[in-house]
Design a protein around this ligand. Sequence first.
Ligand code: GDP
Length: 609
Amino acid sequence: EKAQALASRTADHLRSPVICILGHVDTGKTKILDRIRRTNVQDGEAGGITQQIGATYFPIDAVKKEATKLAEGRQLDYNVPSLLIIDTPGHESFTNLRSRGSSLCDIAILVVDILHGLEPQTKESIGLLKARKTPFIVALNKIDRIYDWDAQPHNCPTRDSIAKQPRHAREEFMRRVRDAQLEFAEIGFNTELYWENEDPRKTVSLVPTSAISGEGIPDLLMLLLALPQKLLTDRLMFNPLLEATVLEVKVIEGLGTTIDVILTGGTIREGDTIMVVGLDGPIVSTIRALLTPHPMKEMRVKGQYLHHKEIKAAQGIKISAEGMEKAVAGTQLMVVQDPTSEVEMEYCRDEVMKDFQTILTDVDKSGKGVYVQASTLGSLEALLEFLRSSKIPVSGINIGPVHKRDVTKASTMLERGKEYATILAFDVGVEKEARELAEDAGVRIFTADIIYHLFDQFTAYMEQIKKDRREQVSDEVVFPSISRILPQHVYNKKDPIVVGVDVLEGILRVGTPLVVKHGAEWLDIGRVASLELSKKQVVTARKGESVAVKIQHKNTEHIMYGRHFDFQDVLVSKMSRPAIEILKQSFKEDLGREDWLLVVKLKKMFDII
Ligand code: GDP
């Protein structure tokens, strides 16, 4: 009795951890969720597992029933009231569980297909988890697909299942585990099979699972409890301050526009004055109804909600309130204690918009960059983070579908750089008129619902533009160079001149106009028609290299080696202001620091201001 009282007291103080599932497409995220949800259902009682808004509520007794199949599970303290597992797997919901740059997701399950290893979106997920410092465990899923695996029924603990496998299946399994570990190590993560993991703070636990047979599901649930006990108890202390994030904005028949909210701290009540982020500024409203799905109903039945007077964290709830049409998903929700206090209202307005402000700081001050659009603040933030790490500048952002005015904004970039007259649209639609305008104006719109796809499309486009541009100006560009003629290597004195040279400074490139200095005058001796280095045609020769140069002049006959110039003259690239502009714009990376210093030197020599 005493123990029970103690347990209920801790349960009062610790809230439920919020859990997200991430990973590459088709690794089995949805299936794992289904499997977890159906746990205990087969013997006729659902163990109190209830569907919430955007999440499944998993009471501690149901978790315990599974977890105590394991010896470790029997030693745990079951001191959290439940697990709250977010229903929509993937990036989207994880990135929306955010508040001022940190995540409201307490633990993540990263699902990896044991036969495929780490796939692009797995790495993207890891990037997000790392950025938000969210602890995670890895479900190495689909173990039942290992050759000759003898799948064990009824949610069998992994090690019991492994013990029953034929030797070669077990060996194959171990090989796959090692492969995955290597891949994790390559991106800087130590991993161990969870039963060999001695320090979950530093090493990520791997849990082999099968969402089909349920193997490893008890292990997964047990770890979801064990991890908070080791890592998160402070985080899970019941926080009386309200902490809530808007997951989705949805129109519901009979209710109008509602917001789906995950409450991770505090208590929320019907009639509370709330403030949320709107596209045009903070939205203030009053909670008309606090709703959760009816527990007795099938989860897919709509329109049947249970009304609550108040709800305590952690829970997923639907809020019906006036004026939610422009609310932005992925932002925090605040409750105004005293709406009559102008001071508090002001404070809340600032506070609630902070998320939006932080994101705006990502917009490039130079005003040069791509236009970025996403469905929610969370996904916008994730995309911006990705663009930042890829050094792609951003000039503007918006949330929601791409409208004409977005295209107009992006089109202002056309003068600054064609590649920036681009809209990267993540997980949003593009209106027909917007698409038409974009086509007319020359604005490119890239759409994708996976960040790296968007990024790949854009980088390929940027490369192409760069290549085109370089080709266009290839005849006009002048690389800086100074070369000395080798008198013993004069092969032809005129028409064309062919001499051997040492490149003293810079880069001698085919197409470069060369000059020599005669008193105060510069004499044109022609353009580099070709270069030969060790009997091979080359496009450029760098400082320190010796090459044979063929020089052609429009009026070849007028220029002759030995008469107009000789080995005592140095050959210099003829610089001009437009040529320097082209260098800067399209060939920046081709020149090193020394080469740029030479450009400055030549600029002075040619009196270019
Ligand atoms: P998601 O895209 O990550 O949500 O993946 P799903 O849960 O939709 O699963 C993708 C496919 O893999 C489906 O056909 C599943 O039936 C299958 N699948 C998922 N988990 C397992 C597993 O553990 N074993 C086997 N054999 N198939 C699985």
